[in-house]
Design a protein around this ligand. Structure first.
Ligand code: EPS
Length: 392
């Protein structure tokens, strides 16, 4: 069951193969959905200062191959395809059948920080391209496509999701968002999706300096979600806890090495009186609220009705144009690691990918609690619960 309970999805495809493919199962029937809606999210993933040359080649577009008819979901598995424009340059390197002629892109010098060496040891590959093609962050194209459908479902339930960039290297934003809508309005066309203009300018300069030095950078992204009902997730069993399910989702993004819910790291060094959110009640709205949101919208592994705030900590891209030392797996001699075309910093993309995986996890949590084989049935069940909460 862990980490998804009602939704299931698989992705498939190599970075330089024909395309990225995915199947998303469990979406109720009757959800209005178009390819354009998904394409808008795919385009957002390609943006960001520090993205590499591949983003100049690709213009990611989804083709819905099953599960949607006349603009609405059927309640059946939804099959998605995003073709790789770069494939035409790799047809021999990545041919399904035997290569027609010598291969030019064999990898025997693993890049420190990527899956190259361990993947080769694990699968007994002599050409580590067999690893990097699937380990590549190109796979997140398929996850964003599936996430877009879940985002669409959440919109119908009054939920708004927005990601933004909190830090690049040591440069941190000093601006805290008040809503997902504010993030959407203010950051969509920015180079690094950062609410703090002064910090963003320094981030851009730092990325340019890293690129000049053949180096790379990571950073911290934050996903902010408004409109969630209290009670999603559960405190009764480890694999139903929403904290853990969100952690799996965020930490499964390529290059993410850490995750935080609300001010989790701050909490570890604080007194309880400094960190727990006092409770209030709005009689007019008939709604409990918290005086602060240091818990990031989760208490007891369940949503508490406050905005959900989760952060992902992205390590610097593994490919360095000034590579680190490595060892050739054939000669066992010390060499500099191989260099693959790459980004300098993909933090802006990570914020969009973070939105997608959070959307998948939250859509699953709604379906877990409210069920519904059709969107209307799901909405009806949610409304009944909302009335229950108001009458509490
Ligand atoms: C990426 C596609 C890849 C990389 C990058 C992100 O394309 P290519 O390998 O052809 O350049 O640019 O992936 C990585 C940096 C990595 O280390 O996995 C994408 O579509 O996001």
């Amino acid at each position: 069951m862990y980490p998804l309970t009602r939704l299931r999805y698989l992705t498939s495809g190599e970075s330089h193969g024909p395309g990225l493919y995915s199947v998303l199962e469990g979406v109720p029937a009757g959800l209005p959905l178009t390819e354009d809606y998904i394409n808008f999210q795919l385009a957002r993933r390609q943006k960001g200062h520090g993205r590499g040359g591949r983003m100049k080649i690709e213009k990611d577009q989804v083709h819905i191959k099953a599960g949607v008819r006349h603009g609405a979901t059927l309640g059946a598995p939804i099959a998605l395809e995003v073709l790789n424009r770069d494939w035409k340059n790799w047809e021999n390197e990545m041919a399904v059948g035997p290569p027609q002629g010598p291969l030019k892109r064999v990898v025997t010098r693993p890049r420190p920080g990527h899956a190259d060496l361990v993947g080769g040891l694990k699968h007994q590959f002599r050409d580590l391209r067999n690893v990097l093609e699937r380990a590549s962050a190109r796979e997140t194209t398929a996850r964003v496509a599936c996430g877009a459908i879940c985002r669409r479902l959440l919109e119908e339930l009054g939920v708004t999701i927005a990601g933004h960039v909190l830090q690049v290297g040591e440069i941190a934003s000093q601006v805290t968002p008040t809503s997902a809508a504010e993030i959407q309005e203010k950051t969509e066309d920015l180079p690094l999706r950062c609410l703090d203009a002064e910090a963003e300018a320094k981030m851009v300069a730092l990325i340019d300096e890293a690129k000049k030095n053949g180096d790379s950078l990571g950073g911290i992204f934050e996903v902010f979600v408004d409109g969630l009902v209290p009670g999603l997730g559960s405190y009764v069993q480890w694999d139903r806890k929403l904290d853990g399910r969100l952690a799996q989702a965020i930490l499964s993004i390529q290059a993410v090495k850490g995750m935080e819910i609300g001010d989790g790291y701050m909490a570890a060094q604080s007194f309880g009186s400094q960190i727990h959110d006092a409770i209030g009640y709005d009689a007019e709205q008939k709604k409990f609220y918290r005086m602060n949101n240091r818990a990031g919208g989760l208490e007891g592994s369940m949503t508490n009705g406050m905005p959900l705030v989760v952060r992902g900590f992205l390590k610097p891209i593994s490919t360095l144009y000034r590579p680190l030392k490595s060892v050739d797996i054939e000669t066992k001699e010390n060499f500099e690691a191989s260099v693959e075309r790459s980004d300098t910093c993909a933090i802006a993309a990570a914020a969009v990918i973070g939105e997608a995986v959070v959307a998948i996890t939250l859509a699953d949590a709604y379906l877990e609690k409210f069920g519904g084989d059709s969107l209307e049935e799901l909405k009806r069940n949610l409304k009944g619960y909302q009335e229950q909460i108001e009458a509490y």
